[in-house]
Design a binder for this molecule. Structure first.
Ligand code: DSN
Length: 424
C-alpha cells in the first residue's frame, strides 16, 4: 500500500492557479464568517473531503462491483462495496444503490424504474413544499409524466391527507410520492403505504431533506413502509454532494438498471468513497446525538422567531427546518433574504403555502439548523440567532453598510468566533 496520500496539495494549486485557490479560500472565509441557515446545507468532515479530493476521481467504472465495463476496478470495487453495505446497514434496507450523482439523478432513476412516459404520479405540489423533480412543468418529471399534486390543509398547513386519499382513488397513479424540500413536520408513512396499497401504486419517499435525521434515529424511518427511498447525502446527513437510493429486494434489478445504464454513465468513485466514509460517520453515537440536537435547535429557533412575529407555518417543526411567514411583519421573502445576507446570515426566501407572491419574491423564509449544529451550537444560541434574524429582517437593510447590518454582523462574528465552522 502507498505510504503517502496524493491529492489535496493546496500549495501546488495556489502556485499554479491563484484565482481558483483564492475562491476556495474566500468561500471558506464566507462559511466561517457568517451563519449558514440554508436547511439543505451542512459542513462535511475533513475525512469526507479527503475522499472527495482523491485519485478515485480518475477512474471509469461503468457497471457495478464485480461487473464493470472497464479493467482496473479492483480498488474502486472495494469502495463501492463498503458504501453499499454501510448504507444498507444504516437504513436497515434490503438493497442500496450508491451511484446517483445527486438527488435529481436519483429521482430520475426512480421514474425510470417504475414509470413509462405518460404514466401518472401523485406528489406534493412544489408551492406547498414539494420539489422541482416531483412533477413540476419546468422539469422532465412534469413534461414526461402526468403529475397530479396534493397540498397542505389551509388550517393546519400540514399535508392534507384526505386530499391524498381522494386524489389517489380518483387518478389511480402508478406511483405515490411523499417528501419535499419545505415540509417541517413528520410525514405519516404508514398512511401513504395504506393508500398506495389501496390503489395498487408504488410508494416512493424522497427523503433527501430528513434522511440524516433517520440515520441518527431521531425520527421514524420511511424504509419499512416505502418500496423505494431516494435521498441526497449532503444535507443533514453531512456527506458529499451526491445521492443514493434504497429499496426493497423485489425492486433491486429495476433500480440498478435505471441508475446505470438508463440514466447515468460512469459513477463518480471519489464521491462513492466519500459516501462510504459518511455512512460510517452516521453510524456513530456522536452522530445520533447530533441528529437529535439538530431537531431541538430547529424547534427553539422556530419558536423564538415566532415570538418575534416571524410566524412558523404549521406552528413549528419536528425536523431540521422551519418555514416562516413574513406577512405579519410586512416584509417579503426576497427582502428578508437580502437583509439577512447583509448582516452575515444566509437564509433562503421560500414560498409559503397559498403564497400571494410570485416564487421569486415569496412571502417566507426557510431556516435550518444542520450547519450551526455541526458548529456545536445549542438551544441558547438558537434564541440569539432568532433575535439577530428578527432584527435584520424587521429593521435592517440590504445595504451591508447600514447601521443595523453592521451591528448584527458584529454579533454574528462574535457568535461564530465561539463556534467556528472548520476550526483552524
Ligand atoms: N435545492 C434543495 C433544497 O434547498 O431544498 C432541494 O433540492
Amino acid at each position: 500500500m502507498s505510504e503517502s496520500f496524493y491529492g489535496s496539495d493546496f500549495a501546488a494549486l495556489q502556485s499554479f492557479d491563484p484565482e481558483i485557490a483564492g475562491v476556495l479560500l474566500s468561500e471558506l472565509d464566507r462559511l466561517r464568517g457568517g451563519l449558514q441557515l440554508i436547511a439543505s446545507e451542512n459542513f462535511s468532515s475533513p475525512e469526507v473531503l479527503t475522499a472527495l479530493g482523491s485519485t478515485l476521481s480518475n477512474k471509469y467504472a461503468e457497471g457495478y462491483p464485480g461487473r464493470r465495463y472497464y479493467g482496473g476496478c479492483s480498488e474502486v470495487d472495494k469502495a463501492e462495496e463498503l458504501a453499499i453495505e454501510r448504507c444498507k446497514t444504516l437504513f436497515e434496507a434490503d438493497h442500496a444503490n450508491v451511484q446517483p450523482h445527486s438527488g435529481a439523478s436519483a429521482n430520475q432513476a426512480v421514474y425510470g424504474a417504475f414509470m413509462q412516459p405518460g404514466d401518472t404520479i401523485l406528489a406534493m405540489s412544489l408551492p406547498h413544499g414539494g420539489h422541482l423533480t416531483h412533477g413540476t412543468k419546468v422539469s422532465f418529471s412534469g413534461k414526461w409524466f402526468n403529475a397530479v399534486h396534493y397540498g397542505v390543509d389551509p388550517e393546519t398547513e400540514n399535508i392534507d391527507y384526505e386530499q391524498v386519499e381522494r386524489l389517489a382513488q380518483e387518478h389511480r397513479p402508478k406511483v405515490i410520492l411523499a417528501g419535499g424540500s419545505a415540509i417541517p413536520r413528520l410525514i405519516d408513512f404508514e398512511f401513504f403505504r395504506r393508500v398506495a396499497d389501496e390503489v395498487g401504486a408504488v410508494f416512493w419517499v424522497d427523503a433527501a431533506h430528513f434522511i440524516g435525521l433517520v440515520a441518527g434515529k431521531a425520527i421514524p424511518s420511511p424504509v419499512p413502509f416505502a418500496d423505494v427511498v431516494s435521498f441526497t447525502t449532503h444535507k443533514v446527513l453531512r456527506g458529499p454532494r451526491s445521492g443514493a437510493i434504497v429499496c426493497r429486494e423485489e425492486h433491486r434489478v429495476a433500480i440498478d438498471k435505471a441508475v446505470f445504464p438508463m440514466m447515468q454513465g460512469g459513477p463518480q468513485m471519489h464521491s462513492i468513497a466519500a459516501k462510504a466514509v459518511n455512512f460510517k460517520e452516521c453510524a456513530t453515537p456522536e452522530y445520533a446525538v447530533y441528529a437529535r440536537q439538530v431537531i431541538d435547535n430547529a424547534r427553539v429557533l422556530a419558536e423564538s422567531l415566532g415570538e418575534r412575529g416571524i410566524r412558523p407555518t404549521t406552528g413549528g417543526t419536528d425536523t431540521h427546518l422551519s418555514l416562516h411567514d413574513l406577512q405579519p411583519v410586512e416584509v417579503t421573502g426576497v427582502d428578508a433574504e437580502a437583509r439577512c445576507d447583509a448582516a452575515g446570515i444566509t437564509v433562503n426566501k421560500n414560498a409559503i403555502p397559498f403564497d400571494p407572491q410570485k416564487p421569486n419574491i415569496a412571502s417566507g423564509i426557510r431556516v435550518g439548523t444542520p450547519c450551526v449544529t455541526t458548529q456545536g451550537m445549542g438551544t441558547d444560541e438558537m434564541k440569539v440567532i432568532a433575535d439577530l434574524i428578527a432584527t435584520a429582517v424587521t429593521t435592517g437593510d440590504a445595504d451591508p453598510e447600514h447601521a443595523v447590518s453592521r451591528e448584527v454582523r458584529a454579533q454574528v462574528s462574535e457568535l461564530v468566533e465561539r463556534f467556528p465552522a472548520y476550526p483552524r
